[in-house]
Ligand binder design. Structure first.
Ligand SMILES: [Zn+2]
Length: 282
């Protein structure tokens, strides 16, 4: 039975800014890695200043460009398959797009979860990664919906009475939330300060998920892959952003070589260092 991991993200670029180094590591170890991206990021804007000042008529269509960037990033990370669910971006919290009845966050939860149930039953992953419950700092409706849809899908995928036409029930043994820890931020901020660079104000205000860490993955070997994946999102990423790019992957590996996760329902007292720890593969 192959080791299979499914990562569920909200928009093109989320797969590069979160979980990328971890997935890259497992992909290089031969794990079948599948990316789900819920929306096309239609509500995004050109965020890279290199696009500024260009005649809007000369700019490529943003959703098309973002789909190409997503494909490039996923290829760099090592995903074997990219599944774009095709839901509509709901926009940042408080924007007019939230009210669009066709948006991902506005759809009935079961509609959002159904394609995930079908995928889980088909692929029988041992590991699913999504966002977590606590998204108070960045309450993007699509990110909150990824959490809710993942939770519902994992419950229904193992219920043989739910959508039996979608395949045999499958219980995913390990569901992880990707985390944002203060520990990591402080390490980056300290290194930036050593170089006279002010760490981003927004990040300084943010509480961390440190108390939720159950699992710490050493990603020292794939931080460069994650950086390259992020740079593939040309329209979204300013390559001069110090927070992401001032510290090289090699330097980062020396400062803080981990990505952290929360294993849902874990009763283990000891931290894990492998997403597949304890999984039976027969
Ligand atoms: Zn996003």
């Amino acid at each position: 039975m192959p080791r299979t991991l499914i990562a569920i993200h909200a928009h093109p670029d989320d797969e590069a800014s979160k979980t990328a180094a971890t997935v890259a590591r497992y992909a290089r170890e031969g794990v079948r890695c599948i990316l789900v991206t819920a929306t096309g990021g239609e509500e995004g804007e050109y965020l890279n200043p290199s696009f500024a000042g260009r005649d809007p008529a000369d700019l490529p269509d943003l959703p098309e460009l973002r789909a190409r960037e997503l494909a490039r990033s996923a290829g760099i990370i090592g995903y074997q398959e990219v599944i774009s669910l095709g839901f509509r971006d709901s926009g940042m919290a408080g924007t007019a797009a939230n009210a669009d009845s066709g948006s991902f966050a506005a759809l009935p939860l079961e509609d959002a979860a159904k394609p995930l149930v079908e995928l889980i039953r088909r692929e029988r992953p041992q590991v699913v990664i999504s966002y977590g419950e606590n998204q108070a700092f960045y309450p993007h409706p699509d990110h909150i919906r990824v959490f809710e849809a993942a939770r519902t899908a994992l419950q229904l995928a193992c219920d043989p009475l739910a959508w039996p036409e979608l395949g045999d029930a499958w219980r995913v043994p390990k569901w992880y939330w990707s985390l944002w820890t203060r520990e990591r931020f402080e390490a980056v901020a300290k290194e930036l300060a050593n170089r006279g660079i002010e760490p981003p104000f927004r990040m300084q205000q943010r509480d961390g998920d440190d108390h939720l860490v159950t699992t710490r993955i050493d990603v020292s070997g794939t931080l460069a892959v994650a950086r390259d994946a992020l740079l593939a999102h040309e329209s979204q990423i300013d390559p001069s952003t110090p927070f992401w790019f001032a510290i090289s992957p090699e330097e980062m590996a020396a400062i803080y070589p981990f990505e952290e996760y929360h294993l849902v329902g874990s009763a283990e007292e000891e931290e894990e260092n492998d997403l597949f720890a304890g999984v039976e593969l027969s």
